[in-house]
Design a protein around this ligand. Structure first.
Ligand SMILES: Nc1ncnc2c1ncn2[C@@H]1O[C@H](COP(=O)(O)OP(=O)(O)OP(=O)(O)O)[C@@H](O)[C@H]1O
Length: 631
């Protein structure tokens, strides 16, 4: 239950609203109790003789209180007796009022008196709903916000390990479950709790013997609930897992749509979907079955109990312990309590649901963020010296395999370095260490002689521009996409960057030019156009270090020419790292670093590397052979 209480603590931030809601809920319950007991004279008078006068009898303890007050004075009464004294006064006043009334006049008087009570009750009920529910919804907004902020800071490995759909499911579905429980369900639970509390007091007052019997029957009513609680909780947990699977599958389908179509995997994909969909259906059905079963059983057992009450009530009335009106008020109150009790019993399942959703939410909120900053970091100003990799070792968190094994490299300011090597040799990993997406397991990366861990993340990342194969264009205008991450860039600056990136021409040919909206992942644009937009973005950012995961391989000759020229401008006057997949693109670069199995094996320019007749030569020959085969 601890996660549920933690979720609730978010509502406490809005305590004024919440407490006000509680007060209105209590008022609603009290007003309901009064309106029910006000029916006593009505039932007593209904059908009674015309000459009969309605009269509320004082009980023996009430008479004792009056005697005590007369003999020992008002001060001799304790707190409870004083409250009872108020009730005695009310009874006496009602008796005085109805003394000269015929029974039918009493019935009308009750109806007239109860009507405004109902209106007032409606008012307090709506106010309590408003206060408690809005406090709940605001709390859920905060939870969702905190969750998303945390997702932004999670280590990258988390995103590799977890399906995107699973993360989405936490932020959307789980938060939605919590929203329902801590706003509407909680609101009902609070009001129901007060109903139960106040109405129990009324029942005690009306006939405590009958109430004791009622309490003895509680286990009969509660048993089905406890029986089903565990089933409901495990069933909802599994249902959520299945929904997350469904989310994940759809997410995968959308991002892989092209590949799926190219490989004609629609049938297999549909089969997979069908399988997951069937499991979701089974889980929904089972979950709903258990969820409905508990209250239905409560209703059945409660109805049987009520039947027993009628039988007992008749006995009490004929023995003179109860008036007809009191019995009816007792029974109505008891019957009225059934709905709150049933809803409260459902609340057990709902709380369990929210608890499991809360557990999944807090699993993310409580995770350590990507890299810990100490708070006393220095700001990285203009880079004046260079970048040094000193004996870098690295293994991905949670794995034993060493991906980088003692990398030592001196990077001179303003120069371009190309990294080549077979797939999986560690090139991308090495680049990921520079913006501190990961920290080395051993060794240091230094900028201007200082370990990059000593710099604030913000100032370090501000110095770095990255252009990867994974092109990220968000839903917005072209201008907004180019200006992404640069704050308040003017239109002039955006256009200048676009011109340098060879993007201006195709942008101006579009209907709305720089104000053209593009899709979430820029799907309306060609590969080359998207790349040039990303290059324009990098140019506008004007970072001192540029990391480029070479991505020209998928382009046609004309696009490649435009992109390559744009890139040349991007590299000018800045320290650049290129992960080169095609050796033809690195020929002109002076500093080529050959990485194999996480180690630097060769270094030099194209010609000297060919002369060494080592790995580079082999890579070159194999690519050359591939090119020939393609011809
Ligand atoms: N998130 C990850 N978790 C665990 N291992 C990983 C992860 N990412 C990469 N690896 C492993 O690290 C090694 C180096 O991968 P890396 O992506 O750095 O190679 P690369 O040289 O850039 O390859 P490519 O040229 O194909 O992009 C590989 O063995 C890969 O399986």
């Amino acid at each position: 239950m601890k996660y549920f209480f933690r979720l609730l603590s978010y509502s406490v931030h809005y305590k004024q609203r919440f407490v006000l809601g509680l007060v209105f809920a209590l008022l609603t319950a009290v007003l309901n109790g009064i309106s029910l007991t006000a029916l006593i004279p009505l039932f007593d008078s209904l059908g009674s003789d015309k000459n009969n006068r309605f009269h509320l009898d004082l009980t023996l303890p009430e008479k004792t209180i009056l005697v005590q007050e007369v003999l020992l004075g008002e001060d001799s009464l304790d707190g409870l007796e004083r409250i009872k004294r108020l009730l005695i006064s009310a009874k006496l006043q009602i008796n005085a009022y109805t003394e000269n009334m015929e029974p039918k006049e009493v019935v009308w008087a009750v109806c007239i008196a109860v009507f405004p009570l109902y209106l007032l009750k409606l008012g307090t009920y709506l106010l309590s709903v408003y206060c408690i529910a809005t406090a709940g919804y605001k709390a859920v907004r905060d939870i969702r916000q905190e969750l998303f902020q945390k997702v932004q800071k999670l280590p990258l490995t988390y995103f590799y390990k977890e399906k995107t759909g699973l993360i989405m499911s936490r932020v959307i579905n789980d938060a939605e479950i919590v929203a329902a429980v801590i706003s509407s369900n909680l609101r009902d639970a609070v009001i129901n709790f007060f109903y139960v509390l106040t109405h129990l007091i009324i029942l005690i007052y009306l006939n405590s013997d009958l109430l004791i019997l009622a309490c003895l029957t509680v286990p009969v009513v509660i048993l089905p609930v406890t029986l089903f609680t565990r089933k409901i909780s495990s069933s909802t947990a599994r249902f959520q897992e299945k929904i997350a699977d469904l989310n994940g599958h759809i997410q995968e389908f959308i991002s892989g749509i092209k590949v799926i179509r190219t490989f004609r995997q629609e049938k297999q994909d549909l089969k997979k979907f069908d399988n997951i969909n069937y499991k979701v259906y089974r889980r929904t059905f089972k979950g709903q079955f258990y969820l409905q079963m508990a209250p239905s059983l409560v209703e059945l057992t409660s109805s049987i109990v009520v039947l027993g009450y009628f039988a007992l009530g008749a006995k009490f009335i004929y023995s003179g312990k109860f008036t007809q009106g009191e019995f009816m008020a007792f029974l109505l109150t008891l019957l009225f309590l059934m709905r709150p009790l049933t809803q409260l019993s459902q609340m057990v399942g709902k709380i369990t649901q929210a608890n499991s959703a809360g557990k999944r939410i807090f699993e993310i909120i409580d995770r350590d963020p990507e890299v810990i900053e100490h708070g006393d970091e220095t700001v990285l100003e203009k880079i004046t010296d260079g970048i040094k990799f000193e004996n870098i070792h690295f293994s991905y968190p949670g794995t034993n395999q060493e991906v980088l094994k003692g990398i030592n490299l001196d990077i001179k300011l303003g120069e371009t370095y190309a990294f080549v090597g077979t797939s999986g040799s560690g090139k991308s990993t090495m680049m990921d260490l520079i913006p501190r997406f990961f920290d080395p397991t051993a060794g240091q990366i230094k900028i201007d002689g200082i370990d990059i861990k000593q710099y604030s993340l913000k100032s370090l990342r501000k110095k770095i521009g990255i252009v990867t194969q994974e092109i990220f264009l968000f839903h917005g205008t072209i201008a907004e996409n180019i200006a992404y991450g640069t704050g308040a860039a003017t239109r002039k600056e955006v256009v200048r960057a676009a011109r340098l990136a060879n993007a201006h021409d195709f942008i101006t040919k579009m209907e709305n030019g720089y104000d053209t909206m593009i899709g979430v992942r820029g799907l309306d644009l060609s590969g080359g156009q998207r790349q040039r937009l990303v290059i324009a973005r990098a140019l506008l950012r004007n970072a001192e270090i540029m990391i480029l995961d070479e991505a020209t391989s998928a382009l046609d000759a004309e696009s490649e020419r435009l992109v390559s020229r744009a890139l040349e401008r991007l590299f000018q006057n800045r320290t650049t790292f290129i992960i080169a997949h095609r050796l033809s693109t690195v020929r002109r670069i002076k500093n080529i670093v050959v990485i194999e199995e996480g180690e630097i094996k060769e270094q030099g320019d194209h010609d000297s590397l060919l002369e060494q007749n080592g790995i580079y030569k082999k890579l070159y020959d194999s690519q050359f052979a591939d090119a020939e085969i393609q011809i």
